[in-house]
Design a protein around this ligand. Sequence first.
Ligand SMILES: [Zn+2]
Length: 461
Amino acid sequence: MLILLIVTSAMALMPASAQDSPAQTASPAISDKVSSFERVARVNDPAYRSTATAGDAKPFDPAAATQAWLDSVPRNQREKSDAYFEGGYWLILWNFLLTAAISVFLLASLFSARLRDFSERVTKIKNFQVASYAILYLLFVYALSFPLNLYENFFREHQYGLATQSFAQWFREQLLGLALTLVGGTLLVVVLYAVFRCAPRTWWIWGTIVMIIFWGTVVLIAPVYIEPLFNTYKPLTDPKIRDPILAMARANEIPVKQVFEVDASRQTTRVSANVAGLLGTTRVALNDNLLKQCTLPEIRAVMAHEMGHYVLNHGGKLLTYFGILILVGLALTRILFDTAVKRWGGKWRVRSIADPAGLPLLALIFNTLLFFATPVLNTVVRITEREADAFGINTSREPEGMAKVALKLGAYRKLNPTPLEEFIFFDHPSGRARIRMAMDWKAADLPTGESHAPDNQSATH
Ligand SMILES: [Zn+2]
């Protein structure tokens, strides 16, 4: 489960890369396009109508405008998405308890010790013993957590109208994901146990380095080798959508020549986009739900946010922040692991950190630390998301587009949580926070640039 968690979180975050090379200068046509998009955006905008038509003398009130946007969501729709998101809070707890129960069961029943004995009989080579243990362990954990997985990721998603797959399609992707977890997870466990054997006292330092390299590698290869297994990525060809996006990229020195469209509707009805990859594999992709459900101002708002992740180097930053958290987590894990082995090692037949029979104990400890660190992890990600929002609104200049997309994301994320709820459970700013940022930006009424370019005729004089 430790590995499953690391792999899935690495894949879910998909940070941007640290690539840095100059692009062409910005197109002079960009400001014309922006203003025409803003005019389009304001046609269907409740906040704009309610405040702007009241007369020019009355200043724009961002708090009232934010409330007007939130009030535009029908009550039953709001209740449904609140229920979906709040159910997710409990799922964090159930997943934690299930993983803990599986780990305790494997240790106390001596199943883990027997699995280790079996692996030692099969081969004399240490790395193969660990690999054999890891494969059986991962299969066993997957099987025991399958009922909750099935409920959470299949039935519940259908219940809320977010899933588009039949059971056969869903299960096929589950098997594919399991195969990837077996390959990646086994590799990681083998390397970690080699570290445990070589450095029984300082393994937590080297283990952190191994995990960071592993994560970086997954992010690097994901757009090339992993994502195409689940979805088709093709270059966006419609110039009406592509060109405004590339113009924003040029304006920010982002060296992309192409924007990709991904057929996310194969799995979900969610609207989203992402920046994936690292170094040469970096790719900006928007999903087909976004293309179908959103207008150009909304698409520009989303893509400008994604570009923010890229320009602000969030991939590298998150890897650094999580590297520090992993280091602290493994240092604590070392203390707790040694204490537990001293006390129960004899009973569970776990000899030391280098003994693969102790893997469920490692998973139990690390998973418990992760559970209690949920607010910290969410806050670290949420802060980078807020930075990307700030970059996005300044680049797209689409406050209404940003507000509309925030409402669409509200289909699967609670729109108006309490501050404590947002702190603990939100890995993105809430809809209310995002709309408020957009309305504050609009209220600031920034000039578009009033200085003139150098006049060559007067300069030659
Ligand atoms: Zn983001």
